[in-house]
Design a protein around this ligand. Structure first.
Ligand code: ZN
Length: 218
């Protein structure tokens, strides 16, 4: 016998193959859902594997996917890529809760290989959701302020302090790239299923939810 087909290694598509396949398909991209192992992997760092043109096309398509969802952040594992890349943008109109959440306009930006460290010990807890846990929301404590490091899409080094809403998005997206979902740190008694997601939506703080569902706030 000269060859045994089933002994051949299964060839894995390279990152470039995966990105080219995505870019050849329709945008917005489908969003992976909790239970997909790609959401639980530590994403591989970006070190130029895609080249500038392909990276730019991927970022633009990720932005379109995020805005269409709609969401305020999207990490590459959410489109099936185990790559340390995320986009964020929040230019939606402010609501009654915006001030309490320290929700300010977040211009479009790209996070590559992002990491964060808490500044201080203050944590703030608000309802949070994720496009990969479709329809659900839960109260999630986050550091109020963080030190963000990494690079942007031009290779510029990121080294900055963020607070409030922008800090929450950075923590959520960076956690995706470490294989973590917001549910891992959420108060599970606060969980709202899709049919109940609007129940406390008009509340400025989660205090009524805490009383009615029986959980503590930090
Ligand atoms: Zn998410």
């Amino acid at each position: 016998m000269t060859s045994v087909p089933y002994d051949r290694p299964v060839s894995q598509p390279t990152l470039v193959d995966q990105v080219d396949a995505l870019l050849a398909g329709p945008v917005p991209f489908p969003i992976t859902q909790v239970g997909n192992p790609v959401l639980r992997q530590v994403a591989q760092p970006y070190d130029g594997q895609l080249g500038d043109t392909r990276l730019a096309a991927l970022i633009e398509a990720m932005r379109t996917t995020m805005l269409a969802a709609p969401g305020v952040g999207l990490a590459a594992p959410q489109i099936g890529l185990s790559l340390a890349l995320a986009v964020m943008e929040d230019t939606w109109p402010s609501t009654a809760a915006s001030e309490v959440r320290e929700r300010t306009t977040v211009p479009f930006r790209v996070l590559i290989n992002p990491r964060y460290q808490p500044i201080g010990t203050e944590r703030v807890a608000f309802y949070e959701g994720c496009l990969s846990v479709d329809g659900y929301q839960a109260v999630t404590p986050r550091w109020r302020s963080v030190h963000l490091t990494g690079i942007d899409e031009t290779g510029q080094v990121l080294d900055e302090v963020l607070s409030g809403w922008a800090a929450r998005i950075v923590q959520h997206e960076s956690d995706h790239l470490a294989g973590r979902l917001y549910l891992d740190g959420a108060e599970l008694r606060s969980l709202l299923g899709p049919a109940e997601a609007a129940r406390f939506a008009a509340d400025i703080t989660p205090e009524r939810a805490a009383r009615e569902l029986g959980f503590d706030l930090p």
